[in-house]
Design a protein around this ligand. Structure first.
Ligand SMILES: NC(=O)C1=CN([C@@H]2O[C@H](COP(=O)(O)OP(=O)(O)OC[C@H]3O[C@@H](n4cnc5c(N)ncnc54)[C@H](OP(=O)(O)O)[C@@H]3O)[C@@H](O)[C@H]2O)[C@@H](O)CC1
Ligand SMILES: Nc1ncnc2c1ncn2[C@@H]1O[C@H](COP(=O)(O)OP(=O)(O)O)[C@@H](O)[C@H]1O
Length: 276
């Protein structure tokens, strides 16, 4: 059944720390995003994840984006270690060498909750854990083509719900198809429509911020996801709702940049949790 996702449901997706929480029990998000060409995507995703709330972020991407991530967020850790969920692909190139492919496949073999965005969308068949694909209309076309379904960006734009459901059915992943209305579909069909955002969100890097929000929600719900797979679509919808609402809050009717959206997240979450 499809429902329009609500603020109450989004509030339920926030993992609030308790007196016995520590940074590991809250959840660690591993991030492999950004490249020489698009280093900013790494900064945007890490900033968004950190402002959504997570115990720790391990940024494990290339050197230049890593330096930029640390300059913006010294809290990020660039050493290998325990991780509860992965965010892969924003700002990366799907034209990777064999070593990089083997490394990413190795991460996917861990079967942890994973967001596959942008340059990592082609790895959906290698993902072993609960996986959310986060394409825009243009990016859904090659995902479908890889499973033998030919379509076009125009066809997807004309009927996003149908194509999101088809992609979920064919790939076995949960699909978050971005747009003015974001569609979340899983194996049971279209689960949620999210219309929290507004057109000022159509700005470069906005999707990289969404990836960070979703990564944080997966990392903070890893044990629950293992018990309740249908939670994945709920978390994806919550991420789209938080992203949209943060965009609306940051904008107030005027222009915004992607980083503004990430910075507005704590206020949006505070309003959801304590109504202030
Ligand atoms: N600061 C940074 O580091 C930033 C880094 N970024 C990173 O850049 C990488 C590439 O991102 P990208 O998918 O936007 O690819 P890009 O080559 O621009 O477009 C290819 C074609 O796709 C289409 N298309 C694009 N968007 C669409 C949409 N929303 N809805 C529908 N269609 C859309 C459009 O097709 P057309 O307009 O020709 O129909 C366009 O020609 C990716 O890794 C991302 O994370 C970006 O987030 C920006 C900030
Ligand atoms: N007209 C719109 N109204 C509301 N939200 C939008 C609109 N256009 C884009 N968005 C949102 O902005 C984000 C754009 O993501 P994406 O296309 O991946 O951009 P980028 O690659 O620049 O990060 C998505 O979350 C999408 O839902």
């Amino acid at each position: 059944m499809t429902t329009l996702f609500s603020a109450v449901e989004a509030a339920g997706a926030i993992a609030v720390p308790s007196a016995d929480s520590d940074k590991y029990s809250r959840g660690v998000l591993g991030v492999v995003t950004g490249s020489e060409r698009y280093p900013g995507a790494a900064v945007l995703g890490v900033e968004a994840a950190s402002r959504t709330g997570v115990g720790m972020i391990r940024y494990l991407g290339p050197e230049r984006p890593a330096a930029m991530v640390l300059a913006r967020r010294p809290e990020a850790v660039t050493a290998d270690g325990r991780v509860q969920a992965w965010l892969l692909g924003s700002g990366t190139d799907p034209e990777r060498d064999d070593d990089e492919r083997a490394r990413l496949v190795g991460l996917l073999d861990q079967a942890l909750p994973t967001v596959l965005d942008a340059g990592s969308l082609d790895l959906f068949a290698q993902a072993k854990g609960p996986t959310v694909l986060t394409p825009h209309f243009g990016e859904l076309v090659p995902v479908l083509s890889a499973v033998g379904v030919e379509t076009s960006k125009q066809a997807v734009a004309a009927d996003p719900a149908t194509w999101a459901a088809r992609a979920a059915a064919e790939t076995g992943a949960t699909v978050l198809l971005k747009g003015a209305t974001t569609v979340i579909a899983d194996a049971s069909g279209v689960r949620f429509l999210v219309r929290a955002g507004q057109p000022w969100l159509a700005t470069a890097g906005s999707g990289d911020v969404l990836g960070g929000v979703l990564g944080a929600l997966l990392a903070t719900h890893q044990p629950a996801l293992a018990e309740r797979p249908e939670l994945l679509a709920e978390l994806a919808a919550a991420a789209a709702w938080l992203h949209g609402e943060a965009g609306r809050t940051a904008s107030g009717g005027g222009p915004i940049q992607a980083l503004d959206v990430a910075e507005a997240l704590p206020a949006v979450i505070r309003r959801l949790l304590v109504g202030a």
